[in-house]
Design a protein around this ligand. Sequence first.
Ligand SMILES: Cc1cc2nc3c(=O)[nH]c(=O)nc-3n(C[C@H](O)[C@H](O)[C@H](O)COP(=O)(O)OP(=O)(O)OC[C@H]3O[C@@H](n4cnc5c(N)ncnc54)[C@H](O)[C@@H]3O)c2cc1C
Length: 421
Amino acid sequence: MASQSFTVVIAGGGLGGLTTALALRWRGLHTVVLEQADALGEVGAGIQTAPNASRILFGLGLRRQLEAIRTEPSDQVRRRWRDGKIIAQLPLADRVVGEFGAPYWHYHRADLHRVLLDACADPEGPGPVTELYTSAAVVDIDRTDPQRPVAVTRDGRRFAGDVLIGADGIRSAVRDAAGFTDTLVFSGEMCFRALIPGDKLAADPATRFLLDRYHSTIWYGPDRHLVHYCIRGGEYLNVVAVVPSTIDTDLSWVLPATASELVESFPGWDDRVAAMLSKAEGDASKWALFRRRRDPVWVDGRVALLGDACHAMLPYQAQGASQAMEDAAVLAEELGAVTRDGIDGALIRYVNRRATHAGMVQDASLQNMRLYHLPDGPEQEERDRLLRDFRGESDVSYDWLWNGTPLAQHETESHSYPFAR
Ligand SMILES: Cc1cc2nc3c(=O)[nH]c(=O)nc-3n(C[C@H](O)[C@H](O)[C@H](O)COP(=O)(O)OP(=O)(O)OC[C@H]3O[C@@H](n4cnc5c(N)ncnc54)[C@H](O)[C@@H]3O)c2cc1C
């Protein structure tokens, strides 16, 4: 443990930034979060956390709070586009807990974000309470004193720290201000995101099956795929529908979408898909999907990147936020173990422990873009055969992914399952 505390300024109060603040707080470090938005929050959509992320969140004392907001899928189900035939079914729930020591859970993003935020601000929690600033868009970095980087906000406020972390998402301003290489790539695809009310699904015999059991479901079809799962105990079905992009990406980033657009994007698919998508309500949206090219340079002196700012990936492994949480855990282990003099080395060790791992997940997510969207034929049949055996869908296995980056022994021992239910 460090004998002398210091200050870490974090640009970005998303899931990555807040997990980082909390993990550093637990190590006794003073944290300052600068969020560009007027209010801290998350988009109205769901999120899946695999055991690699759940384990870290439990390690930060959040098990009880997460149990109150989670929905636990019993199985992961893979279906074919035309007739909904089940290609493969993998048990999650207790099997995952037994094998990986932590659960696979689903949340409303806003609920998960709120749990993290409350923990950062909790005066009773361990370590110094996180200082949180909204309407604080970081636009520049002053490194006149390289040991004390200063985050400069749009309105001219200056926040100095011993370390500056850019957790400000895929279009990171910290990344640009620090002069890291531009690695942003448009995928050519876009996704619709929608929350479909569970009571509407329950009222229609064609869609009632979606609520029979909680599943994490992927439908595979040529050029497109569909992911859905229940959140808030079936109050909503969260839908992510990925299709070739029709968005002018220079002009638009997120646009509103309608239920009929969603339905029309899946012509010829099983009738139950149209029945499901037609029930999407007013706040459906469509997003151009970007990623970052794999690049192991995440640190420059006392400025380091974290989460989507350094390893934004396509959402085809549902791992972007989970990888950001792994970044947070490792960064906290490294910074928490040094005094001011050791910061530079700690940041380098953080990157050494994380960049290859996260890069492999980036690559695996990109591989899935092709694998998920194969036209019907021999390659698709071979893919489905592999999925049936569940040896994994890309070069990384679930064993590797869900075990996560190795953390210090005491961390995993003191916070993992089993726990009383
Ligand atoms: C459709 C879809 C589904 C996904 N599903 C999953 C999933 O199931 N599981 C999973 O693990 N991941 C999933 N992901 C990925 C996940 O959403 C991201 O990887 C994750 O949100 C990244 O977290 P972050 O904190 O790095 O960045 P962000 O969530 O983008 O947060 C960045 C924060 O920084 C703020 N900010 C931006 N610029 C500035 C600035 N200049 N100054 C200050 N603040 C700033 C933003 O307002 C925001 O609050 C999915 C992604 C998509 C698109």
